[in-house]
Design a protein around this ligand. Structure first.
Ligand code: 5GP
Ligand code: ZN
Length: 393
């Protein structure tokens, strides 16, 4: 690795976006950290064969563009609770735990101990849904390109996309590939010629709620708000941003989606935030509810993130966490105004274009926060938390 220091003024409100986005400047960037102490500059670690000069110019240009296209915003903290105690475990300890298997590339499997916790968290989410009479939905883990295009996902988050494709219906092509795999137990050429493959027709889903809006296409809702809930694996390509179980390529997301008038959804979101604070208090996790923005592909869409901030469209529940920012977003509370309602022609019972919103609980992240705050020994977790999760003595 070779270090590269780029001296450039980066306003504090963009530190997170810059650190997240810098990896997409070049695959030769292995590490990137804004020098918060000095108040400016970014320190990179590059692969040995990297072209330092060209990377410096790319990163500098990208940061300048990001700054130019952004709107400054202030911190917006709605609520804060609990006492921050010293962390009981670090990311490395969690990853080394015998209760999970890390497979690299942001993939992890959980053994029985952690799976039971995740199941309990899922149950808590389901109780929450039942208490507001959200209707259950099951949706596919993939979505068509057209569908996500209509949801405006492709232009806004191109860095996170994972395409799905197949071989063309042609025995000779399929046989040739199988033959190649038969001969080896290791490396396989996984870049078959483009003419052997179908065009990329589908993507792995990046969130659960994207399947809910088209479900109601052309319909008039029978109530206001109509609440739907669904859970499933979601996929976001994170480049080198994958760390512990708090930033994965494949993570489990529970969502409650609201469709209705703007005012009911505003009120619904307030209620959902209050419920979440109660749940996290029971779990013994301190936190705060703070205004946030989606990680839009920075330079291109930074205006969108700052727009989200300015209109308080996204709040996150953040728990203190031993990472660079010192906190981890474990749940989000989003309003989309009438974007999906217009795109999918959804109407409220009073025949107005429906607004929508969604609340997402990241189950892996909540588990990660529990392990960091309460330690790896479940016996030592606070009594109230154990009761809430149904952990037996
Ligand atoms: P959002 O749609 O607001 O970006 O994400 C909703 C929730 O999903 C987040 O609050 C977080 O709990 C979870 N989440 C988002 N990205 C990741 C990720 O990369 N890894 C994990 N484990 N959870 C994530
Ligand atoms: Zn959502």
């Amino acid at each position: 690795m070779k270090p590269l220091r780029i001296d450039i003024e980066i306003p504090a409100f963009l530190h997170r976006d810059v650190e997240h986005g810098v990896f997409y400047c070049s695959e030769k960037i292995l590490e990137g950290r804004v020098d918060r102490d000095a108040g400016s500059g970014i320190d990179l670690e590059l692969a040995d064969d990297a072209d330092t000069e060209s990377i410096e110019s790319t990163v500098r240009g990208w940061i300048e563009q990001t700054i130019q296209r952004s709107l400054r915003y202030e911190d917006d903290v709605l609520q804060e609770w609990g006492e921050a105690a010293p962390f009981r475990s670090e990311t490395e300890e969690i990853l080394a735990s015998k209760d999970l298997k890390v497979m690299g590339n942001g993939l992890v499997s959980y053994g029985p101990r952690y799976t039971r916790i995740l199941q309990s968290l899922l149950e808590i989410c389901e109780q929450l849904s039942a208490s507001v009479e959200a209707e259950p939905f099951m949706t596919p883990a993939v979505a068509t390109v057209e569908h996500l295009q209509r949801c405006d996902f492709l232009a806004q988050f191109p860095q996170a996309i994972s395409f799905v494709t197949h071989f063309r219906e042609d025995h000779s092509v399929i046989d040739r590939f199988a033959e190649q795999c038969r001969g080896t137990d290791g490396a396989v050429d996984c870049q078959p010629p483009a003419e052997h493959l179908k065009p990329f027709g589908m993507l792995l889903r990046p969130a659960v709620c994207y399947h809910i809006y088209p479900y109601f296409e052309g319909e008039t809702l029978d109530r206001d708000p109509y609440l739907a809930c669904a859970v499933g694996d979601c996929f976001r390509y994170e480049s080198r941003n994958t760390t512990g179980i708090d930033r994965l390529f494949d993570f489990r997301l529970y969502e409650i989606v609201g469709l209705g008038s703007d005012e009911t959804l505003q009120r619904w979101r307030e209620g959902m935030i209050a419920e979440a604070v109660e749940i996290f208090t029971d779990l013994g996790l301190p936190g705060r509810i703070a205004g946030s923005n989606d990680p839009f592909f920075a330079a291109g869409s930074i205006l969108k993130s700052t727009f989200q901030r300015a209109h308080a469209l996204k709040y996150e529940l953040e728990v203190p966490f031993p990472n660079r920012e010192g906190r981890l977003a474990v749940a989000s509370f989003n309003l989309h105004r009438d974007f999906f309602g217009t795109r999918f022609d959804i109407q409220t019972p009073s025949r107005e274009v429906a607004s929508t919103g969604c609340v997402g609980y990241g189950l892996d992240r909540i588990l990660s926060a529990l392990l960091v705050h309460h330690g790896l020994d479940l016996e030592q977790w606070p009594q109230r938390c154990r009761e809430r999760l149904g952990i037996r003595a």
